[in-house]
Write a protein that binds this ligand. Structure first.
Ligand code: MTE
Ligand code: MO
Length: 506
């Protein structure tokens, strides 16, 4: 029985064809390093070319899921193009359809060549995607017959069978691809890592005030809740066994470590709050963890940097880089971290190793999936975000945040707790004050200080009376400097200003 070709059949078959192409690309890309899913490569190029203002916009609008938003937009664009391809192909404009397919494949191929670790084989997934799409469309076309209306017709059963088989193929290719990817996966290797023990463990953290103050951030942020910021669309899947950390550049004694060698060195624990430069006043791109790692200054000393070097640049397996002054190794506990809150670094947070430098924003220091440390000069090399408009040097600014009550919230009159966190690594926090409406600033109670590098919780009681209220917070750091209300946006070197919220009391 023939179905009358509906206007919709062609476009839908276009989606089937492109879907088959992408599934075969996914399968191929699971076979080797440097082979990427074309959607990922296209996404990478978009990320590379976004100016700071758009990055800020994306983080503000989509939060930490800014990359899902990107992948969804690319996928939606591809979907629209697949519908168009199907429409063209099955209304006898095959030439146009094929040209469109091959142009898309060429674009994705070109994009893949700019991926970190790209080689000529990186073109393969895009080529396979293009060829598979055309072959599948051709096959579906062979099953059709022309109709009077000029549109193609298919035998309904035959078409369902073919689409079913192709669908099965798509499913199989994607699953096999996923299997191979996860089989060699860092996830499994990470589970097998046994972290080395530090010479001296830090004392267990004191009872967490957050236990009794609902809404207050916990003293230590769990790995699961820790914010994540990076340019990687898919988390790098590093094989620990072949992973190497090299230290080179302007050094007399270049070094190289395997994961085993690195973790056999003396390790120490560090309580440190890291923050993203994109964090708005009152924002959540900040977290506090107990890191475990190897002293960075020891390693750099062993490499014997030349006197001309003034910058340490960390590079990750995915091409990201972050540089900070060699002079920042002033005795502070900078480390190559391999552990986070008692676990090997989670994949999202840089497994197998990353840099942590207390007091510096992540984008100039905290390279995840670290593979190379280069001693270089500020006038020679710039880290990833610097040519994109962010400052080359970026110490973390003193910030304070009200966690509870929430901005815009409605409260019942009576005694309530105003509470939050304040941080100024490596200076420490010595005072937090709260101002309600036009009342004078009042000193908040400070929570435990794990280290000068960590945030401190703070809280204060407030006898809330009905009506609208404005609450502001400001912190004083260990050098005696109190936050001014000089409002600055995140770009180019970190947001500034008091966190001010509005609530309504009934
Ligand atoms: N490889 C890599 N490392 C990176 C980044 C990145 O994009 N790629 N982003 C940096 C930025 S901007 C920040 S704020 C911190 C965030 O670390 P987290 O995701 O573990 O919280 O990682 C830094 N390290
Ligand atoms: Mo960041």
């Amino acid at each position: 029985m023939a179905i009358h070709a509906s206007k919709r059949t062609g476009p839908i078959l276009g989606v089937v064809g492109v879907g088959a192409g992408l599934a075969s690309a996914q399968l191929i890309s699971s076979f080797g390093h440097g082979l990427h899913n074309p959607i990922v490569s296209l996404g990478n190029r978009v990320i590379d070319h976004v100016p700071a203002s758009i990055k800020e916009f994306a983080i503000k609008t989509f939060g930490t899921s800014d990359k899902s938003a990107l992948v969804i937009s690319i996928s939606a664009t591809l979907l629209a193009l697949s519908l168009l391809i199907g429409k063209l192909y099955f209304s006898d404009r095959k030439r146009k359809a094929s040209t469109l397919i091959y142009s898309l494949a060429a674009l994705a191929g070109l994009a893949s060549l700019f991926d970190a670790g790209a080689n000529p084989f990186s073109l393969l997934p895009s080529i396979v995607a293009g060829v598979t799409t055309v072959l599948v469309l051709r096959l579906l076309d062979k099953k059709s017959s022309p109709s009077e209306s000029g549109m193609k017709e298919w035998d309904r059963r035959d078409l369902f069978k073919s689409v079913g088989i192709i669908g099965g193929g798509i499913f199989l290719a994607t699953s096999v691809g996923k299997f191979f990817q996860s089989h060699a996966s860092a996830q499994l290797q990470r589970l097998n890592v046994i972290l080395p023990k530090p010479l001296k463990f830090l004392p267990a953290p004191p009872t967490d005030p957050a236990l009794t103050i609902p809404g207050l951030s916990t003293l230590i942020t769990s790995n699961k809740e820790f914010y994540r910021i990076d340019t990687a669309i898919s988390v790098p899947n590093i094989d620990v066994n072949s992973w190497r950390l090299k230290i080179g550049g302007f050094v007399a004694n270049p070094l190289e470590f395997t994961y085993k060698e690195l973790s056999a060195r003396p390790v120490f624990e560090l309580d440190d709050t890291i923050a993203c430069v994109s964090n708005e006043v009152g924002g959540t791109l900040v977290g506090n963890a107990r890191w475990l790692g190897v002293r960075l200054d020891d390693l750099i000393k062993e490499a014997k940097p030349s006197s001309t070097a003034d910058q340490i640049m960390g590079y990750s397996s995915d091409g990201f880089s972050a540089g900070f002054p060699l002079a920042a190794l002033d005795g502070r506990d900078a480390m190559i971290a391999i552990g986070m809150n008692g676990e090997p670094l989670p994949l999202e947070h840089g497994f197998p190793a990353r840099i942590i430098v207390p007091g510096l924003y992540g984008y100039v220091s905290a390279t995840k999936w670290l593979t190379y440390i280069e001693l270089t000069r500020f006038d020679k090399k710039q880290g990833y975000w610097v040519p994109r408009g962010w400052s080359a040097r970026a110490p973390i600014k003193t910030q304070s945040r009200i966690d509870t009550p929430q901005d815009g919230g409605t409260l019942k009159a009576g005694k309530i707790a105003i509470a939050g966190v304040a941080w100024a690594p490596t200076r420490g926090i010595t005072r937090v004050e709260v101002k309600v409406n036009n009342n004078p600033w009042r000193d908040a109670t400070l929570g435990p200080e794990l280290a000068k590098t960590t945030w401190r919780q703070w809280w204060i009681d407030w006898a809330a009376t009905s009506g609208p209220s404005t609450i502001a917070v400001r912190a004083t750091d260990g050098t005696g400097v109190t936050q001014s209300n000089n409002i600055a946006p995140p770009a180019p070197n970190g947001a500034d200003g008091w966190h001010i919220i509005k609530v309504t009391v009934n």
